[in-house]
Design a protein around this ligand. Structure first.
Ligand SMILES: *[C@@H]1O[C@H](CO)[C@@H](O)[C@H](O)[C@H]1NC(C)=O
Ligand SMILES: *[C@@H]1O[C@H](CO)[C@@H](O)[C@H](O)[C@H]1NC(C)=O
Length: 432
Protein backbone atom coordinates (compact mmCIF):
# COMPACT_ATOMS: atom_id res chain seq x y z
CA UNK A 1 0.00 0.00 0.00
CA UNK A 2 2.71 2.42 1.04
CA UNK A 3 4.73 1.41 -1.97
CA UNK A 4 1.81 2.08 -4.25
CA UNK A 5 1.19 5.45 -2.63
CA UNK A 6 4.83 6.33 -3.08
CA UNK A 7 4.63 5.22 -6.68
CA UNK A 8 1.54 7.36 -7.22
CA UNK A 9 3.26 10.36 -5.72
CA UNK A 10 6.29 9.89 -7.94
CA UNK A 11 4.04 9.47 -10.94
CA UNK A 12 2.13 12.64 -10.12
CA UNK A 13 5.35 14.52 -9.58
CA UNK A 14 6.70 13.27 -12.88
CA UNK A 15 3.55 14.22 -14.72
CA UNK A 16 3.62 17.64 -13.12
CA UNK A 17 7.19 18.20 -14.18
CA UNK A 18 6.37 17.06 -17.69
CA UNK A 19 3.38 19.36 -17.82
CA UNK A 20 5.42 22.27 -16.56
CA UNK A 21 8.17 21.78 -19.10
CA UNK A 22 5.57 21.44 -21.82
CA UNK A 23 3.95 24.67 -20.76
CA UNK A 24 7.33 26.34 -20.60
CA UNK A 25 8.28 25.25 -24.08
CA UNK A 26 4.92 26.44 -25.34
CA UNK A 27 5.53 29.80 -23.73
CA UNK A 28 8.89 30.03 -25.41
CA UNK A 29 7.27 29.35 -28.74
CA UNK A 30 4.60 31.88 -28.15
CA UNK A 31 6.90 34.84 -28.44
CA UNK A 32 7.99 34.38 -32.06
CA UNK A 33 4.56 33.09 -33.01
CA UNK A 34 3.04 36.25 -31.64
CA UNK A 35 5.48 38.25 -33.72
CA UNK A 36 4.56 36.23 -36.72
CA UNK A 37 0.94 37.07 -36.29
CA UNK A 38 1.79 40.74 -36.09
CA UNK A 39 3.95 40.82 -39.12
CA UNK A 40 2.26 38.12 -41.09
CA UNK A 41 2.67 39.02 -44.69
CA UNK A 42 -0.74 37.82 -45.72
CA UNK A 43 -3.99 38.61 -44.05
CA UNK A 44 -6.20 35.74 -43.10
CA UNK A 45 -8.97 37.31 -45.08
CA UNK A 46 -8.77 37.48 -48.84
CA UNK A 47 -6.14 39.97 -49.94
CA UNK A 48 -8.66 42.05 -51.87
CA UNK A 49 -10.80 43.02 -48.93
CA UNK A 50 -7.71 43.56 -46.90
CA UNK A 51 -5.92 45.83 -49.26
CA UNK A 52 -9.03 47.97 -49.58
CA UNK A 53 -8.88 48.73 -45.91
CA UNK A 54 -5.26 49.73 -46.10
CA UNK A 55 -4.43 53.22 -45.09
CA UNK A 56 -2.70 55.30 -47.74
CA UNK A 57 0.79 55.23 -46.34
CA UNK A 58 3.25 57.59 -47.87
CA UNK A 59 6.70 56.44 -48.83
CA UNK A 60 8.34 59.68 -47.80
CA UNK A 61 10.27 59.28 -44.56
CA UNK A 62 9.84 62.93 -43.72
CA UNK A 63 6.12 62.49 -43.39
CA UNK A 64 6.44 59.95 -40.66
CA UNK A 65 4.28 60.90 -37.75
CA UNK A 66 2.94 57.54 -36.67
CA UNK A 67 3.95 56.17 -33.31
CA UNK A 68 6.72 53.66 -33.71
CA UNK A 69 6.35 50.18 -32.49
CA UNK A 70 9.19 48.69 -30.54
CA UNK A 71 10.46 45.61 -32.22
CA UNK A 72 11.87 42.73 -30.29
CA UNK A 73 14.43 40.88 -32.30
CA UNK A 74 14.64 37.15 -32.31
CA UNK A 75 18.31 37.03 -33.02
CA UNK A 76 18.80 33.33 -32.83
CA UNK A 77 16.34 32.72 -35.61
CA UNK A 78 17.81 35.44 -37.70
CA UNK A 79 21.20 33.89 -37.37
CA UNK A 80 19.77 30.64 -38.61
CA UNK A 81 18.18 32.50 -41.47
CA UNK A 82 21.46 34.21 -42.24
CA UNK A 83 23.19 30.91 -42.59
CA UNK A 84 20.69 29.94 -45.23
CA UNK A 85 21.60 32.79 -47.52
CA UNK A 86 22.47 31.20 -50.80
CA UNK A 87 21.66 33.27 -53.79
CA UNK A 88 22.96 34.20 -57.14
CA UNK A 89 21.97 37.81 -56.86
CA UNK A 90 24.33 39.83 -54.75
CA UNK A 91 23.89 38.91 -51.14
CA UNK A 92 23.49 41.53 -48.46
CA UNK A 93 26.08 39.67 -46.43
CA UNK A 94 28.83 40.63 -48.82
CA UNK A 95 27.92 44.29 -48.46
CA UNK A 96 28.64 44.17 -44.77
CA UNK A 97 29.04 47.73 -43.64
CA UNK A 98 26.20 49.49 -45.38
CA UNK A 99 26.78 53.16 -45.07
CA UNK A 100 23.43 54.90 -44.71
CA UNK A 101 24.95 58.32 -44.56
CA UNK A 102 26.68 57.77 -47.85
CA UNK A 103 23.58 56.20 -49.33
CA UNK A 104 21.50 59.20 -48.38
CA UNK A 105 24.12 61.58 -49.70
CA UNK A 106 24.36 59.79 -53.03
CA UNK A 107 20.67 59.16 -53.30
CA UNK A 108 20.16 61.71 -56.03
CA UNK A 109 22.81 60.09 -58.16
CA UNK A 110 20.46 57.64 -59.79
CA UNK A 111 21.08 57.83 -63.50
CA UNK A 112 23.74 55.57 -64.86
CA UNK A 113 24.78 54.84 -68.41
CA UNK A 114 23.71 51.77 -70.26
CA UNK A 115 26.96 50.14 -71.31
CA UNK A 116 25.43 47.28 -73.27
CA UNK A 117 22.02 47.66 -74.82
CA UNK A 118 19.75 45.42 -76.88
CA UNK A 119 17.80 48.09 -78.70
CA UNK A 120 16.22 45.63 -81.12
CA UNK A 121 15.16 43.11 -78.49
CA UNK A 122 11.47 43.84 -78.80
CA UNK A 123 11.44 44.86 -82.44
CA UNK A 124 12.01 41.45 -83.92
CA UNK A 125 8.43 40.29 -83.65
CA UNK A 126 5.76 42.34 -85.36
CA UNK A 127 3.43 43.62 -82.70
CA UNK A 128 6.06 43.05 -80.04
CA UNK A 129 6.74 40.04 -77.86
CA UNK A 130 4.01 38.59 -75.69
CA UNK A 131 6.27 38.15 -72.70
CA UNK A 132 9.62 39.65 -71.84
CA UNK A 133 11.53 37.69 -69.23
CA UNK A 134 13.91 39.97 -67.36
CA UNK A 135 16.30 38.22 -65.03
CA UNK A 136 18.47 39.82 -62.41
CA UNK A 137 21.93 38.35 -62.60
CA UNK A 138 25.51 39.25 -61.76
CA UNK A 139 28.37 39.14 -64.25
CA UNK A 140 30.08 36.28 -62.41
CA UNK A 141 27.05 33.98 -62.74
CA UNK A 142 27.69 32.91 -66.29
CA UNK A 143 26.58 29.32 -65.64
CA UNK A 144 23.26 30.43 -64.16
CA UNK A 145 22.52 32.49 -67.24
CA UNK A 146 23.46 29.61 -69.47
CA UNK A 147 21.05 27.28 -67.79
CA UNK A 148 18.22 29.81 -67.73
CA UNK A 149 18.74 30.31 -71.48
CA UNK A 150 18.52 26.62 -72.06
CA UNK A 151 15.48 26.03 -69.86
CA UNK A 152 12.68 28.28 -68.67
CA UNK A 153 14.22 31.45 -70.08
CA UNK A 154 14.18 30.20 -73.67
CA UNK A 155 13.27 32.66 -76.34
CA UNK A 156 10.75 31.63 -78.95
CA UNK A 157 7.20 30.42 -78.88
CA UNK A 158 5.43 29.07 -75.81
CA UNK A 159 1.81 28.10 -76.41
CA UNK A 160 2.02 30.15 -79.58
CA UNK A 161 3.19 33.30 -77.80
CA UNK A 162 6.52 35.01 -78.44
CA UNK A 163 8.90 35.05 -75.48
CA UNK A 164 12.02 37.26 -75.28
CA UNK A 165 14.65 37.41 -72.58
CA UNK A 166 17.11 39.88 -71.07
CA UNK A 167 19.57 39.66 -68.20
CA UNK A 168 20.00 42.71 -66.02
CA UNK A 169 23.55 43.40 -64.91
CA UNK A 170 25.68 46.02 -63.23
CA UNK A 171 29.45 46.16 -63.11
CA UNK A 172 31.06 43.61 -60.79
CA UNK A 173 31.85 44.83 -57.31
CA UNK A 174 35.13 43.02 -57.19
CA UNK A 175 36.59 43.22 -60.65
CA UNK A 176 39.57 41.04 -59.80
CA UNK A 177 37.39 37.98 -59.16
CA UNK A 178 36.78 37.69 -62.88
CA UNK A 179 39.44 39.70 -64.65
CA UNK A 180 38.01 38.82 -68.04
CA UNK A 181 34.54 40.02 -67.19
CA UNK A 182 34.39 42.73 -69.84
CA UNK A 183 35.38 40.38 -72.62
CA UNK A 184 33.03 37.73 -71.31
CA UNK A 185 30.05 40.07 -71.23
CA UNK A 186 30.83 41.49 -74.66
CA UNK A 187 31.06 37.98 -76.05
CA UNK A 188 27.88 36.90 -74.32
CA UNK A 189 26.06 39.90 -75.64
CA UNK A 190 27.21 39.16 -79.17
CA UNK A 191 26.26 35.50 -78.93
CA UNK A 192 22.90 35.79 -77.24
CA UNK A 193 21.80 39.40 -77.56
CA UNK A 194 20.25 39.26 -74.12
CA UNK A 195 22.61 41.32 -71.96
CA UNK A 196 21.76 44.69 -70.47
CA UNK A 197 24.68 46.16 -68.56
CA UNK A 198 24.54 49.40 -66.60
CA UNK A 199 27.40 51.38 -65.21
CA UNK A 200 26.65 50.98 -61.51
CA UNK A 201 28.19 48.62 -59.04
CA UNK A 202 26.20 45.40 -58.82
CA UNK A 203 25.59 45.19 -55.09
CA UNK A 204 22.60 44.10 -53.08
CA UNK A 205 21.73 47.64 -52.09
CA UNK A 206 21.99 48.79 -55.68
CA UNK A 207 19.28 46.45 -56.87
CA UNK A 208 16.90 49.39 -56.65
CA UNK A 209 18.96 51.07 -59.35
CA UNK A 210 18.53 47.94 -61.42
CA UNK A 211 14.79 48.15 -60.95
CA UNK A 212 14.61 51.79 -62.05
CA UNK A 213 16.93 51.35 -64.99
CA UNK A 214 15.14 48.27 -66.21
CA UNK A 215 11.73 49.94 -66.09
CA UNK A 216 13.12 52.91 -67.99
CA UNK A 217 14.72 50.63 -70.52
CA UNK A 218 11.49 48.68 -71.00
CA UNK A 219 9.46 51.86 -71.44
CA UNK A 220 11.91 53.10 -74.04
CA UNK A 221 13.00 50.00 -75.91
CA UNK A 222 10.23 47.51 -75.24
CA UNK A 223 7.04 49.53 -75.11
CA UNK A 224 5.31 47.12 -77.46
CA UNK A 225 5.68 44.14 -75.13
CA UNK A 226 2.45 42.79 -73.67
CA UNK A 227 3.67 41.44 -70.35
CA UNK A 228 6.86 41.27 -68.36
CA UNK A 229 8.12 38.70 -65.92
CA UNK A 230 10.92 40.03 -63.76
CA UNK A 231 12.70 37.60 -61.53
CA UNK A 232 15.82 36.06 -60.13
CA UNK A 233 18.09 33.56 -61.79
CA UNK A 234 17.85 31.00 -58.99
CA UNK A 235 14.20 30.11 -59.46
CA UNK A 236 12.51 27.65 -61.69
CA UNK A 237 9.65 29.24 -63.57
CA UNK A 238 6.84 27.47 -65.32
CA UNK A 239 6.52 29.72 -68.33
CA UNK A 240 3.71 27.62 -69.84
CA UNK A 241 1.53 28.33 -66.84
CA UNK A 242 2.49 31.98 -66.82
CA UNK A 243 1.55 32.34 -70.48
CA UNK A 244 -1.69 30.53 -69.82
CA UNK A 245 -2.44 32.90 -66.97
CA UNK A 246 -1.52 36.02 -68.95
CA UNK A 247 -3.56 35.07 -71.99
CA UNK A 248 -6.59 35.72 -69.85
CA UNK A 249 -5.47 39.29 -69.15
CA UNK A 250 -5.40 42.55 -71.03
CA UNK A 251 -1.94 44.14 -71.45
CA UNK A 252 -3.52 47.60 -71.73
CA UNK A 253 -4.90 47.31 -68.23
CA UNK A 254 -3.16 47.38 -64.88
CA UNK A 255 -1.67 44.10 -63.78
CA UNK A 256 0.88 43.45 -61.07
CA UNK A 257 0.94 39.92 -59.74
CA UNK A 258 3.29 38.16 -57.42
CA UNK A 259 3.85 36.91 -53.93
CA UNK A 260 2.60 40.02 -52.24
CA UNK A 261 3.82 40.76 -48.76
CA UNK A 262 1.52 42.82 -46.61
CA UNK A 263 2.34 44.68 -43.43
CA UNK A 264 6.03 43.91 -43.34
CA UNK A 265 7.89 46.03 -40.84
CA UNK A 266 11.17 47.77 -41.33
CA UNK A 267 13.87 46.09 -39.33
CA UNK A 268 15.18 48.43 -36.67
CA UNK A 269 17.89 46.17 -35.38
CA UNK A 270 21.22 47.67 -36.32
CA UNK A 271 22.93 44.34 -36.69
CA UNK A 272 20.49 43.15 -39.31
CA UNK A 273 21.45 43.30 -42.94
CA UNK A 274 18.01 44.67 -43.63
CA UNK A 275 18.30 47.35 -40.99
CA UNK A 276 16.53 50.53 -42.00
CA UNK A 277 16.95 53.51 -39.68
CA UNK A 278 13.95 55.68 -39.00
CA UNK A 279 15.65 58.59 -40.70
CA UNK A 280 15.38 56.59 -43.89
CA UNK A 281 11.89 55.21 -43.42
CA UNK A 282 9.85 56.49 -40.55
CA UNK A 283 6.63 54.55 -40.91
CA UNK A 284 6.17 51.33 -39.04
CA UNK A 285 4.92 49.30 -41.99
CA UNK A 286 6.05 48.99 -45.57
CA UNK A 287 3.56 49.28 -48.39
CA UNK A 288 2.45 46.00 -49.93
CA UNK A 289 5.19 44.70 -52.18
CA UNK A 290 6.09 41.65 -54.21
CA UNK A 291 8.59 39.35 -52.59
CA UNK A 292 11.61 38.35 -54.62
CA UNK A 293 11.63 35.37 -56.88
CA UNK A 294 9.58 37.12 -59.50
CA UNK A 295 6.47 39.03 -60.43
CA UNK A 296 4.39 39.75 -63.50
CA UNK A 297 3.27 43.07 -64.83
CA UNK A 298 1.43 44.33 -67.86
CA UNK A 299 2.89 46.71 -70.40
CA UNK A 300 0.52 49.37 -69.14
CA UNK A 301 1.67 48.99 -65.56
CA UNK A 302 5.31 48.93 -66.64
CA UNK A 303 4.98 52.37 -68.23
CA UNK A 304 3.16 53.77 -65.24
CA UNK A 305 5.71 52.33 -62.82
CA UNK A 306 8.60 53.61 -64.87
CA UNK A 307 7.26 57.14 -64.48
CA UNK A 308 6.24 56.73 -60.85
CA UNK A 309 9.55 55.30 -59.68
CA UNK A 310 11.31 58.42 -60.92
CA UNK A 311 9.45 60.36 -58.27
CA UNK A 312 10.11 58.00 -55.40
CA UNK A 313 13.21 58.48 -53.33
CA UNK A 314 15.77 55.73 -53.65
CA UNK A 315 15.35 53.00 -51.06
CA UNK A 316 17.95 50.28 -50.54
CA UNK A 317 15.55 47.31 -50.58
CA UNK A 318 14.41 46.95 -54.16
CA UNK A 319 11.20 44.98 -53.52
CA UNK A 320 10.01 47.56 -51.05
CA UNK A 321 11.01 50.38 -53.35
CA UNK A 322 8.80 48.97 -56.07
CA UNK A 323 6.02 48.68 -53.51
CA UNK A 324 6.42 52.41 -52.93
CA UNK A 325 6.13 53.04 -56.67
CA UNK A 326 2.97 50.92 -56.78
CA UNK A 327 1.55 52.92 -53.94
CA UNK A 328 2.32 56.09 -55.81
CA UNK A 329 0.21 55.02 -58.79
CA UNK A 330 -2.38 53.71 -56.36
CA UNK A 331 -2.18 50.21 -57.73
CA UNK A 332 -2.89 47.33 -55.40
CA UNK A 333 -0.62 44.43 -56.28
CA UNK A 334 -2.42 41.12 -56.67
CA UNK A 335 -1.45 38.13 -54.64
CA UNK A 336 -1.35 34.96 -56.68
CA UNK A 337 -1.03 31.57 -55.08
CA UNK A 338 1.24 30.52 -57.91
CA UNK A 339 3.82 32.92 -56.57
CA UNK A 340 3.75 31.58 -53.10
CA UNK A 341 7.36 31.97 -52.24
CA UNK A 342 6.71 31.90 -48.56
CA UNK A 343 6.13 29.03 -46.23
CA UNK A 344 7.07 26.46 -48.81
CA UNK A 345 7.41 23.09 -47.27
CA UNK A 346 10.37 21.39 -48.80
CA UNK A 347 9.57 18.19 -50.63
CA UNK A 348 11.44 16.43 -47.87
CA UNK A 349 8.49 17.30 -45.66
CA UNK A 350 6.56 14.85 -47.77
CA UNK A 351 9.01 12.00 -47.81
CA UNK A 352 6.73 9.74 -49.79
CA UNK A 353 7.20 12.05 -52.75
CA UNK A 354 10.16 11.77 -55.01
CA UNK A 355 11.89 15.14 -55.15
CA UNK A 356 12.68 14.57 -58.75
CA UNK A 357 9.35 13.27 -59.84
CA UNK A 358 8.55 15.72 -62.64
CA UNK A 359 4.85 15.17 -62.06
CA UNK A 360 5.26 16.62 -58.64
CA UNK A 361 6.69 19.77 -60.15
CA UNK A 362 4.33 19.86 -63.07
CA UNK A 363 1.44 20.18 -60.74
CA UNK A 364 2.83 22.10 -57.84
CA UNK A 365 4.91 24.16 -60.17
CA UNK A 366 8.15 25.60 -59.14
CA UNK A 367 11.07 24.82 -56.98
CA UNK A 368 13.22 27.10 -54.93
CA UNK A 369 16.95 27.44 -55.29
CA UNK A 370 17.65 24.53 -57.50
CA UNK A 371 21.22 23.95 -58.46
CA UNK A 372 22.15 24.74 -62.02
CA UNK A 373 22.15 21.09 -63.01
CA UNK A 374 18.85 20.46 -61.26
CA UNK A 375 17.11 23.25 -63.15
CA UNK A 376 18.33 21.73 -66.38
CA UNK A 377 17.26 18.24 -65.37
CA UNK A 378 13.84 19.30 -64.16
CA UNK A 379 13.12 21.30 -67.27
CA UNK A 380 14.06 18.37 -69.45
CA UNK A 381 12.03 15.90 -67.44
CA UNK A 382 9.03 18.21 -67.55
CA UNK A 383 9.31 18.68 -71.28
CA UNK A 384 9.65 15.03 -72.07
CA UNK A 385 6.85 14.32 -74.56
CA UNK A 386 6.39 10.91 -72.99
CA UNK A 387 5.78 12.33 -69.56
CA UNK A 388 2.50 11.05 -68.26
CA UNK A 389 1.30 11.99 -64.84
CA UNK A 390 -1.58 9.69 -64.13
CA UNK A 391 -1.20 9.79 -60.37
CA UNK A 392 -1.08 13.56 -60.40
CA UNK A 393 -4.13 13.91 -58.18
CA UNK A 394 -2.83 11.38 -55.75
CA UNK A 395 0.30 13.40 -55.36
CA UNK A 396 -1.60 16.60 -54.79
CA UNK A 397 -3.85 15.47 -51.97
CA UNK A 398 -1.51 14.43 -49.21
CA UNK A 399 0.77 17.37 -49.81
CA UNK A 400 -0.30 20.39 -47.81
CA UNK A 401 1.14 23.82 -48.33
CA UNK A 402 1.33 25.94 -45.30
CA UNK A 403 -1.47 28.20 -46.43
CA UNK A 404 -4.65 26.99 -47.97
CA UNK A 405 -5.71 28.21 -51.37
CA UNK A 406 -7.89 31.27 -51.43
CA UNK A 407 -11.55 30.47 -51.16
CA UNK A 408 -12.22 32.10 -54.50
CA UNK A 409 -10.40 29.35 -56.33
CA UNK A 410 -11.72 25.84 -56.23
CA UNK A 411 -8.46 24.29 -57.25
CA UNK A 412 -5.14 25.55 -55.98
CA UNK A 413 -3.65 27.38 -58.94
CA UNK A 414 -0.30 26.24 -60.21
CA UNK A 415 2.79 27.52 -58.53
CA UNK A 416 4.70 29.68 -60.89
CA UNK A 417 7.77 30.90 -59.10
CA UNK A 418 9.48 29.95 -55.94
CA UNK A 419 12.72 31.18 -54.51
CA UNK A 420 14.61 30.47 -51.38
CA UNK A 421 15.77 34.02 -50.95
CA UNK A 422 12.24 35.27 -50.53
CA UNK A 423 11.62 32.77 -47.84
CA UNK A 424 14.67 34.00 -46.07
CA UNK A 425 13.70 37.61 -46.38
CA UNK A 426 10.21 36.91 -45.18
CA UNK A 427 11.56 35.07 -42.21
CA UNK A 428 13.60 38.08 -41.35
CA UNK A 429 10.60 40.32 -41.61
CA UNK A 430 8.62 38.00 -39.45
CA UNK A 431 11.31 38.00 -36.85
CA UNK A 432 11.64 41.72 -36.64
C1 LIG B 1 38.50 40.56 -54.71
O1 LIG B 1 38.55 39.17 -54.85
C2 LIG B 1 39.86 38.65 -54.71
C3 LIG B 1 39.83 37.18 -55.05
O2 LIG B 1 38.69 36.54 -54.51
C4 LIG B 1 40.33 38.93 -53.28
O3 LIG B 1 41.61 38.40 -53.09
C5 LIG B 1 40.31 40.43 -53.06
O4 LIG B 1 40.67 40.71 -51.72
C6 LIG B 1 38.96 41.00 -53.35
N1 LIG B 1 39.02 42.45 -53.30
C7 LIG B 1 38.14 43.18 -52.66
C8 LIG B 1 38.35 44.65 -52.75
O5 LIG B 1 37.21 42.71 -52.03
C1 LIG C 1 25.91 51.71 -56.20
O1 LIG C 1 26.63 51.99 -57.38
C2 LIG C 1 27.33 53.21 -57.37
C3 LIG C 1 27.92 53.42 -58.75
O2 LIG C 1 28.75 52.37 -59.10
C4 LIG C 1 28.38 53.19 -56.28
O3 LIG C 1 29.08 54.40 -56.26
C5 LIG C 1 27.71 52.95 -54.95
O4 LIG C 1 28.66 52.81 -53.95
C6 LIG C 1 26.85 51.71 -54.99
N1 LIG C 1 26.05 51.68 -53.81
C7 LIG C 1 25.98 50.62 -53.01
C8 LIG C 1 25.10 50.78 -51.84
O5 LIG C 1 26.55 49.58 -53.23
Amino acid sequence: MRVRLKGDAICTLFLLVALCSLLYSQLEHLVPVGNKQLTQKKPSATPKTFSDSRAPWRPMPAEATEPRLQVTPVLRQREVANKRVQTTTPSPLSDSAFNFKRYLLNKDNRNFNLLINQPKKCRRTPGGPFLLIAIKSVVEDFDRREIVRKTWGREGLVNGEQIQRVFLLGTPKNKTVLATWETLIQQESQSYRDILLWDFMDTFFNLTLKEIHFLNWAAEFCHNVKFIFKGDADVFVNVENIVDFLERHDPTEDLFVGDIIYNARPIRVRKSKYYIPETMYGLSIYPAYAGGGGFLLSSHTMRKLSRACKEVELFPIDDVFLGMCLQRINLKPTLHEGFKTFGIVKPSAAPHLQTFDPCFYKDLMVVHSLKVAEIWLMWNLLHNPHLSCTQKKQVKKPFQWKKKAQTTTQVSPPRLVVSKKTILRNEMELNS
